[in-house]
Design a protein around this ligand. Structure first.
Ligand code: UD1
Length: 365
């Protein structure tokens, strides 16, 4: 079976790496090409993840780079179609909800190549998010829908997707978390700053257009961070989009003046995991971090009004706080004062999801 494993943006790499490893265990059964669209292309947004997750150089690099959504999606489709016409895979595997996921799925489906979607069925029910559109499109044309939780199975069935196509396998992002957690504990990945003490800091990430593209929202968030860092140090690795918007709004200096807020570049997988596992609290608008904190048992306040990962709220340590400064501050201070949410690890988030996916593919032949 010839398989194209697609990656494009930062959240794809840790979902794909365990699948790559699991496929490589059967060299006589699978011929796997690693395809990188180049949606993310920086050392810090891409290359470092390949090194740390022990992925080889991609077999195919499309090099599309940044752009408007239509432009980026279109460029990926044009380039990937050419590759597929040269050498046609039997199956492509895409992960998550980024533009690369939807673009490559569309190309494959139209050329009658089977599509396997890893992390299928998640729904925020918020179509103003580009990721929600990517999820709906990808799921609608996929042949194998690999889900991380039972609510995702329900979402898919409600949309008319036959049960036979849906496979509840668990979470490949958690496969990577479990696999790399011991390594992330090594001294060389520890963040070096005297203010950063185990369970004594808040880790912040922010990059959603709904949070960072508006000056007013950003201003409110920065004021909240200014108050919080008086109680507990904050570490804030800046996503390129956030960095760009802060500079555009002239707010970068304000951020630099907060004495207990430490700004860094985007961090590699292991350094970020090391910071995450020892944090007191995560304040984020990321998707994956909601899941990782649930497994690590660390409180997470998600600065969004909705989530496509409700299991992290029902069963895990996650709580939605939107982007209202007052609400974020109230909840953060309450947690600092001891009001912590505890949770459990969701079903099948056990480090073996990729192996289940590969077993399903072996039985398909
Ligand atoms: C994309 C995903 C989002 C995911 C996020 C993780 C979509 C629709 N969005 O959003 O779901 O959570 O990745 O990061 O696919 N840039 C760089 N270097 C890079 C890549 C991007 O500097 O290597 C800058 C560019 O200025 C670019 C901006 O970041 O315009 C945004 O990148 P883009 O890929 O468009 O979207 P993300 O916001 O990263």
């Amino acid at each position: 079976m010839k398989i194209d494993l697609i990656v494009g943006a930062r959240p794809n790499y840790m979902k794909a790496a365990p699948i790559y490893r699991a496929l490589k265990k059967y060299p006589t059964e699978f011929q796997c090409r690693l395809v990188h669209t180049g949606q993310h292309y920086d050392e810090k947004m891409s290359h470092i993840f390949f090194k740390e997750l022990e992925l080889p150089q991609p077999d195919i690099f499309l090099g599309v780079g940044s752009g408007l959504h239509g432009e980026q999606t279109g460029k990926i489709m044009i380039s990937y179609e050419k590759e597929v016409l040269k050498d046609k895979p039997d199956v492509i595997l895409v992960a998550g909800d980024v533009n690369s996921t939807a673009a490559c799925s569309l190309v494959a489906a139209k050329l009658h190549i089977k599509v396997g979607h890893v992390e299928a069925g998640l729904r925020s029910r918020d179509r103003s998010m580009p990721e929600e559109i990517n999820r709906i499109v990808t799921d609608g044309i996929s042949d194998y829908l690999f889900t991380t939780s039972r609510d995702a199975d329900d979402n898919l069935q409600q949309e008319g997707i036959p049960k036979e196509k849906i496979f509840f396998v668990g979470n490949t992002m958690i496969d990577s978390l479990n696999y790399y957690l011991p390594k992330a504990g090594e001294e060389k990945y520890r963040f070096n700053d005297k203010r950063i003490l185990k369970r004594g800091y808040i880790l912040v990430t922010l990059h959603r257009p709904s949070n960072v593209d508006s000056a007013e929202t950003m201003k409110g968030l920065l004021e909240t961070f200014a108050t919080i860092q008086n109680r507990m140090p904050i570490i804030f690795p800046l996503h390129p989009r956030t960095q760009k918007m802060l500079a555009t709004f002239g707010m970068d200096k304000q951020l630099a003046q907060m004495p207990n807020l430490i700004i860094t570049e985007p961090l590699g997988y292991l350094e970020f995991l090391s910071l995450q596992k020892d944090a007191f609290l995560l304040l984020t608008d990321s998707g994956g971090i909601q899941e990782e904190t649930t497994v690590l048992g660390i409180p997470c306040l998600t600065m969004r009004e909705n989530t496509e990962r409700p299991i992290t709220v029902w069963e895990g340590t996650n709580e939605l706080v939107g982007n209202d400064p007052k609400r974020i501050l109230e909840r953060t201070l309450a947690i600092i004062d001891g009001e912590k949410k505890t949770g459990k690890i969701p079903d099948l988030w056990d480090g073996h999801a990729a192996e289940r996916i590969v077993e399903i593919l072996r039985n398909m032949k």
